[in-house]
Design a protein around this ligand. Structure first.
Ligand code: FAQ
Length: 314
């Protein structure tokens, strides 16, 4: 029962900046909100392997192939830490995964866009990992201990991803005319979708107030989006890349870059399953899950045998 005394004591702990750990009492709604958010995050990391994985066989050199392989493997690892974090809240991994593959659990809108050229791989590293870092550095301070710690580790790895993407894009943007064009074209296609990663504007964000009250999020969608834009404007300038927004303008009074209207209709279409790659992404995940059934069965049988062996030995 979520009694008033319990809720007040819980809120006091949050307000004192204490971390909530799995065995601590928590309101049912807090638990449900965390499962929703962490599982969406986990699905995003896993589905996020697809657009980049598409270019592993076509990477331009052995070095680039190894870097990309390592990056994609890191994303799988992030998904696994996060699924484990949902299990600390009492969720069953199978239910969470199946809710995504057969149900309508969400994952980040950004992974529903195609990777048309190798420049897209550079831009995912720079812009997409860059946005993920801004969001997840905040989540590393989240009130729920296991989620905060998972994000701390994820951010360290995402920082490497971002640096390698930026380095590759810088190289491409200072290459031949054709390479420069490729780099700019990829930035033009990914810029607006990366701004959408932060979620709808605060005025349309039904979850923010509650998540902020409970210290799960410590900043709003718009605050994070603004700090991302401020950072990226500077980084784009250094490598001579233009951000595709004629309304970008520095406001001396606020110290921030103002930007144009985000195409929110496109965002909601993608979130509702009608983005350029939604169907393909879900199909790929469904096939992988179903083709991998025998692996899960074998792993369970092996674990059972090991347990029996240990039981006999003791
Ligand atoms: N896409 O009320 P809010 C990565 C939904 S990981 C799809 O504002 P909230 C690593 C939202 O779920 C990227 N749906 O929601 C990588 C809600 O619907 P619901 C993923 C979205 O929770 C890099 C509704 O709209 N990161 O990139 C999106 O307060 C490179 C209303 O929204 C995370 O998941 C969206 N963009 O704030 C991998 C981080 N935005 O559930 C490979 C954790 C909103 O009520 C390569 N999540 N919606 O039916 C969060 O920080 C938050 O959940 C937000 C949304 C900010 C995503």
């Amino acid at each position: 029962m979520d009694t008033k005394e319990k809720l007040d004591a819980f809120q006091d702990r949050i307000d004192r900046g204490e971390k909530i750990e799995p065995k601590d009492w928590m309101p049912e709604r807090y638990r449900q909100q965390l499962i929703r958010m962490i599982s969406q995050h986990a699905h995003s990391e896993i589905v996020g392997m697809l657009p980049e994985g598409n270019w592993i066989p076509r990477a331009p050199s052995l070095k680039r192939k190894m870097v990309l392989l390592a990056k994609v493997q890191d994303e799988a690892g992030h998904g696994l830490y996060l699924y484990s974090a949902t299990e600390t809240l009492g969720a069953r991994r199978q239910d969470v995964v199946e809710d995504y593959i057969y149900g309508n659990a969400k994952y980040s809108s950004i992974f529903n866009y195609p990777t048309l050229t190798y420049a897209d791989i550079c831009v995912i590293g720079w812009l997409v990992d860059g946005a993920a870092i801004v969001n997840q550095t905040m989540l590393a301070k989240s009130s729920y201990g296991p989620y905060a710690r998972a994000n701390l580790r994820i951010c360290r790895e995402e920082s490497f991803h971002k640096k390698q993407g930026y380095e590759m894009l810088a190289k491409m943007a200072s290459g031949t005319d054709e390479q420069k064009k490729m780099a700019q074209d990829a930035v033009n296609r990914w810029w607006w979708p990366t701004l959408m990663m932060f979620g709808p504007p605060d005025s349309d964000s039904p979850n923010s107030a509650e998540l902020i009250k409970w210290g799960v999020k410590t900043k709003t969608n718009d605050e994070l989006r603004q700090s991302y834009v401020d950072r990226m404007v500077m980084e784009a300038e250094v490598i001579d890349i233009k951000l595709p927004d004629p309304d970008l303008k520095y406001n001396k009074k606020t110290g921030h870059w103002e930007f144009g209207e985000i195409p929110w209709d496109e965002f909601w279409a993608v979130v509702k399953g009608n983005g350029p790659m939604n169907r393909e992404r879900i199909k790929a995940r469904k096939n992988a899950y179903e083709d991998g059934e025998w692996v899960r069965e074998a792993a369970i049988a092996y674990a059972r045998k090991q347990k029996l062996k240990e039981g006999k030995a003791s």
